[in-house]
Ligand binder design. Structure first.
Ligand SMILES: [Zn+2]
Length: 252
């Protein structure tokens, strides 16, 4: 069977923090990590997995985040709508937006995908709506007028096994990841269920985990998928991202 799915990776901004934010006890200067967004093209439609940050996080180069400060930022040209246009994909042609979760650095670009249906775990949608932590969840990002399809657990987007949503709870109560079947094998787009490869190597969850027990269950699942040959693209991994070529079909 010929492969019919194409995956593109984009970095839509930067998340900067100390190494200890990922693995407590790790020392060193602040690190810069990507805020990824992925385009999946399938004969039945186009989907995005995560959409980056909202316009309020945009900075000018002259006003960039100092390299000893934790924070989020993006610069002109990095947002997902602009990145799509650069490869001749109209943001209006995106059919589905799958948000790993509804934190501010994962759904801030949803507003620029007017014809998409947003797919999110039901429990994540509830969590966002009941949240009183605007630094984590903002209606500006996730309440942007498009239809929302809530799912509970696994969901096979095209019904043919090539693009599967899998629940990966822990970081948030309703976090989800995406497994994409490419010609060379399967890729799991982790989102924030696992920030970095190092987290999984040492099996240490970051403190920013809503439910440690669920988070560890997710890590065990990722570890076994990895051992069985699934390639994992981690959530905010500056080291891994150096090997990712953006805006071209991702290959294994
Ligand atoms: Zn994040």
């Amino acid at each position: 069977m010929t492969n019919q799915v194409t995956l593109y990776a984009f970095n839509t901004g930067w998340f900067q923090c100390k190494p200890g934010y990922y693995v407590e006890g790790d020392e060193g200067p602040h690190m810069r990590a990507p805020v990824p967004s992925y385009l999946i093209e399938h004969p039945k439609g186009r989907a995005l997995f995560d959409t980056g940050m909202g316009v309020r996080f945009r900075r000018e180069k002259a006003d960039a985040l100092p390299d000893n400060k934790m924070g989020l930022e993006w610069f002109e040209g990095m947002d997902i709508a602009t990145r799509l246009k650069a490869i001749d994909v109209d943001p209006g042609s995106i059919n589905w937006v799958i948000n790993s979760h509804l934190h501010i650095d994962h759904c801030g670009g949803n507003a620029h995908l007017p014809n998409a249906t947003i797919i999110v775990q039901a429990i994540e949608f509830e969590t966002a709506r009941n949240s009183n932590q605007p630094m984590l969840y903002s209606t500006d990002d996730y309440d942007t007028g498009q239809p929302v399809k809530t799912v509970s657990g696994e969901h096979d987007l095209f019904g043919d096994g090539t693009v599967r949503i899998v629940p990966t709870f822990g970081h948030t109560p309703g976090h989800q990841s995406l497994i994409v079947r490419l010609a060379g094998g399967e890729v799991l787009l982790a989102g924030d269920c696992c920030y970095t490869e190092r987290n999984l190597d040492v099996m240490v969850l970051p403190n920013a985990t809503a439910n440690m027990e669920q988070g560890m269950e997710t890590y065990r699942r990722l570890d076994s998928l990895r051992k069985n040959g699934t390639h994992i693209l981690f959530g905010h991994d500056g080291l891994q991202w150096k090997s990712v070529i953006e805006g071209v079909p991702f290959t294994l």
